[in-house]
Design a protein around this ligand. Sequence first.
Ligand code: SAH
Length: 239
Amino acid sequence: MMTDFSTISVDKVNFVFMNLIKTGMEDSFRHKGLRKKLVDLIRSKGITDKDVLSAIDKVPRHLFMDSSFINFSYSDQAFPIGSGQTISQPYTVAFQTSLLEIKPMDKVLEVGTGSGYQTAVLLEMGAKVYTIERQRELFLKAQSALNLLGYKPHFFYGDGYEGIPAYQPYDKILVTAAAPNVPDKLLEQLKVGGKLIIPVGGNTGQSMVKIVRESETGFVRTEHGAFTFVPLLKGKAGK
Ligand code: SAH
């Protein structure tokens, strides 16, 4: 039988629409099962921080990716999220987050919101998150995904090379794109006793750098293996 759409009430249309949204936003047993397997895999790759693993277990990564990629959401890989950018590989998210040693109520500056997935992981760990993105389209997309899921970071659209001076100093700073060197503004905005994690290097690969600010002028730098990130770019993109 053909449906005569002219007779369907606005309420019914809204109901169908709401259900479509709900189905699209579903976090099913299958998703949860796949997530448990991903957590096991990340643990087997050497991540031991229980709070990090528990956050990865909780955040529905598939809801931060385009629906066509739903089958790939829980494989340990980076994926395109539009505007030439990627959602980081889950192992890399877990590794960077472990190096930060997040404690509840830590004030964290995240440079490179991207999909918002890493932001959600930090929030699950009880951090207060200030996140900045230079691509307008991604900034808006991440904002709606995080808000729909009830995550409440402070969002900023701008150039993360500048940090977010208004809310400094930060207990932790996490950069999720590769820089040729550590931006001075980020070092300035780090609390004494705070930690900064940033991949440093050129286009072909980077070293994961951890900086601990031991005093007003004392910064201790250590390196933690090779990674590949998209580049940290200057200025803003989009209107
Ligand atoms: N944490 C993200 C990773 C996204 S990839 C996630 O979990 O999905 C890195 C992001 O950094 C990209 O979205 C890119 O647009 C952004 N980026 C690059 N240079 C930047 C800058 N100077 N300031 C803010 N964001 C930047």
